[in-house]
Write a protein that binds this ligand. Structure first.
Ligand SMILES: *Cc1c(COP(=O)(O)O)cnc(C)c1O
Length: 228
């Protein structure tokens, strides 16, 4: 067991200047995270609130914790004091709750909106129309303690890289649309939108994601080994 240091170094070199590596440590022990931390790594991703808060308590305080799972509104309060970036936001109500808890903690919390790009039924996220509605919705401007910094998506679990690639391409096109102030003058006036992060790509498909313009990849099993 333990971490794959060689693979870590290989991926870091591959990503240099292109993308941020979020090391996905869900279900893995604190020692494995510490081992990667000792190599200089600081960005870690977790899917479960309780596991994340426990690891946050145990581990060095300069770790940047990414929440990448499906976040329930009633659990936002547990991670709001320290979370670095929430990847999977897919409703206005959740944004509202994150804003409320951020305010209580006197912080601004960065969020990515999750877009549904895969074929599978089980994946969370917004479709294009819902994304549009959410970003154009006027009350979003009143959420002064959140910042929408980009989009996140998960491609289909498929060996067919053509499918995966086309899904990433699609997400990139949505990202570009909202990152361009001239396309949406209305949206560029919003102070809490700052599109800069496109979180796409996991162990099986990160190379394709990079080719399609990802600048943040979430990699677990290649670094920490397969999960049970
Ligand atoms: C678990 C998970 C990952 C990492 O998956 P690997 O295949 O182990 O790299 C990335 N993103 C999300 C949202 C996840 O839940």
């Amino acid at each position: 067991m333990g971490i794959n240091k060689e693979k870590y170094r290989e991926i870091v070199t591959e990503l240099a200047g292109k993308a941020t590596l979020v090391a996905v440590s869900k279900t893995k022990p604190a020692e494995d995270i510490q081992a990667l931390y000792d190599l200089g790594h600081r960005d870690f991703g977790e899917n479960y609130v309780q596991e994340l808060t426990q690891k946050h308590e145990q581990l060095p305080k300069d770790i940047r914790w990414h929440f990448i799972g499906h976040l329930q509104s009633n659990k936002v309060k547990y991670i709001a004091p320290f979370v670095h970036l929430i990847h999977g936001v897919d409703s206005y109500n959740l944004l509202k709750e994150i804003n409320k808890q951020a305010l209580k903690n006197n912080r601004v919390i960065d969020c990515l909106l999750q877009v549904y790009i895969a074929k599978e039924e089980t994946k969370f996220g917004l479709d294009e129309n819902e994304l549009d509605d959410l970003l154009q919705a006027s009350p979003i401007n009143q959420l002064t303690n959140i910042q929408i910094t980009g989009l996140m998506g998960m491609a289909s679990f498929s060996d067919n890289m053509d499918i995966v690639r086309s899904e990433f391409k699609y997400l990139k096109s949505l990202f570009d649309r909202y990152a361009q102030p001239q396309t949406y003058p209305e949206h560029s006036r919003r102070t809490n939108h700052k599109f800069q992060t496109l979180s796409m790509g996991m162990s099986a498909d990160y190379k394709t994601a990079l080719e399609e313009g990802s600048n943040m990849v979430r990699i677990g099993s290649l670094l920490f080994g397969e999960r049970n």
